[in-house]
Design a protein around this ligand. Structure first.
Ligand SMILES: Nc1ncnc2c1ncn2[C@@H]1O[C@H](COP(=O)(O)OP(=O)(O)OP(=O)(O)O)[C@@H](O)[C@H]1O
Ligand SMILES: [Mg+2]
Length: 435
């Protein structure tokens, strides 16, 4: 192994001083990379005093502008193995003791990978402060150009560089840059004798460098995608929380209005006034039930129609505690509907049921109401039938003075459906719409 070999290759004092990297005079470290991930602050790290809306805005801005801090990519094991093979083959072809991939990590330059070749003094993980290290690689990275030093000993500029102390007197290296043009590090070979490195060898290392740069580019874009994805998920979760908060508030407000209407209806004796307040209470209740359902199911998109309509019918029925006996027969199929469609459907049902309670059984002792909702091939049909007095023959909604049926007609159109009301063994209303 490289470490064991290094110890044999260098005298102990040299080893401690220069242990391993051609770029390093520091200690040898484990193969683990000192790559500290710098992630953007998440929403939860924002001060809680920042309003939710502003928090979302901040996160969105961060997502757009906060590019991955340079060179913090995790290189996958597969890629590392591939690169390891590349530099080992490279060193063997050129018949040199060392082939390396160096990497900038924070303010250091590290031996990222070192060829598995004989007499290679460099250990992966060893690092050196980058600035003014006097290393061959520092020059390659700063100039962003190939560097060839055939014999450092005969070159005034290079004869005292740190690698000479490891007997690495010749060097050929190429810069590796990240997609954003910042440096990743270098790919290089070092020799313990003079070496002029032919053009063919230069081309070979340059093409290995291109392969590595393409791998990094791939990682880089995968990483950006992944980061953006998780930020989007965080945003989505926050938005859902806010939506829930809004629903809670609406529900609470509706409940307050119900309370007020109920108190008011108890404090007056005029029958018509009480009846008007009860109508209003019924309409408000149907809205509250919708919000109840929304919050219980935690679904803002699809809601169980059966669950929702059955609760709504019960809520309207208890608002009319008549002496006469009214039986309500419910046959509601269970299917899901978007909240966009459930809302008008609930209001329609509320209006029709309220009308029945008010008008159908006047002067009678009992009454029967059949409510059915079925769906066949995307077509939903709501039928409400009472066995009461019946609506007047030839009744025309557009000529009616009341508001309820007008509202029903408008909401049916909003659903893209059709609505009919007729005198049929009492009154029968039919609403058809596409799910
Ligand atoms: N199931 C029913 N049985 C008998 N008559 C009905 C029935 N439904 C509606 N009507 C009649 O149709 C009329 C119009 O109803 P609509 O709901 O449009 O108005 P309203 O109930 O009078 O007033 P509002 O709904 O604005 O409180 C009612 O006044 C009533 O005479
Ligand atoms: Mg009405």
């Amino acid at each position: 192994m490289a470490t064991a070999y290094n110890k044999a290759y260098l005298r102990r004092s040299e080893y401690l001083a220069w242990a391993s990297p051609h770029c390093a005079k520091g200690r040898a470290t484990s193969g683990k990379q000192d790559v500290r991930r710098k992630t953007a602050p998440t929403g939860s790290e924002e001060p809680t005093s920042v309003p939710a809306k502003r928090r979302l805005k901040i996160q969105e801005e961060q997502m757009m502008t906060n590019n991955k801090s340079q060179n913090q990519l995790d290189i996958t094991e597969d890629m590392k193995n591939k690169w390891q093979n590349i530099i080992t083959i490279m060193a063997k072809i050129l018949n040199v003791p060392a082939g390396l991939i160096m990497r900038i990590v924070d303010s250091d330059i590290t031996v990222f990978l070192s060829s598995k070749t004989e007499n290679n003094p460099y250990t992966p993980g060893a690092k050196e402060h980058f600035e003014d290290s006097g290393l061959y690689c520092e020059t390659v990275i700063k100039t962003n150009k190939m560097l060839l030093v055939s014999n450092a000993l005969s070159d005034e500029h290079w004869k005292n560089n740190p690698d000479v102390k490891l007997n690495m007197i010749s060097y050929l290296g190429f810069p590796i840059t990240l997609p954003d043009k910042t440096p990743f590090g270098t790919i290089c070979v070092l020799d313990n004798k003079e070496n002029k490195y032919s053009d063919l060898y230069k081309d070979l290392i340059a093409s290995f460098r291109d392969t590595i740069a393409r791998d990094i580019e791939l990682l880089y874009s995968n990483h950006s995608l992944h980061e953006n994805n998780s930020k989007l998920n965080t945003l989505l979760a926050e938005k859902e929380t806010i939506l829930k908060e809004v629903h809670h508030r609406i529900k609470n407000n509706i409940a307050s209005i119900e309370g007020l209407l109920s108190m008011q209806s108890q404090s007056i004796s005029n029958f018509e006034a009480v009846s008007a307040l009860q109508d209003a209470l019924g309409r408000v209740s149907s809205m509250r039930i919708l919000y109840d359902k929304l919050l219980i199911t935690e679904e803002y998109e699809d809601i169980s129609v059966k669950n929702y309509l059955e609760s709504l019918i019960d809520a309207v029925a208890v608002l009319f505690p008549y002496k006469l006996k009214i039986t309500i027969d419910k046959q509601i199929s269970d299917f899901n509907l978007s909240s966009k469609k459930v809302t008008p459907l609930g209001i329609i049902l509320n209006e029709l049921l309220t009308n029945i309670m008010k008008y159908a059984f006047k002067g009678r002792e009992s009454g029967l109401i059949n409510i059915s909702l079925s769906s066949i091939k995307n077509l939903a049909t709501l039928t409400i039938q009472d066995n009461g007095n019946g609506i007047s023959e030839g009744f025309d909604i557009s000529e009616s003075k009341g508001f309820g049926l007008m509202l029903v007609k408008m909401l049916s159109e909003q659903l893209g459906g059709t609505f009919t009301i007729e005198n049929y063994h009492g009154t029968r209303s039919i609403l058809k719409f596409e799910i």
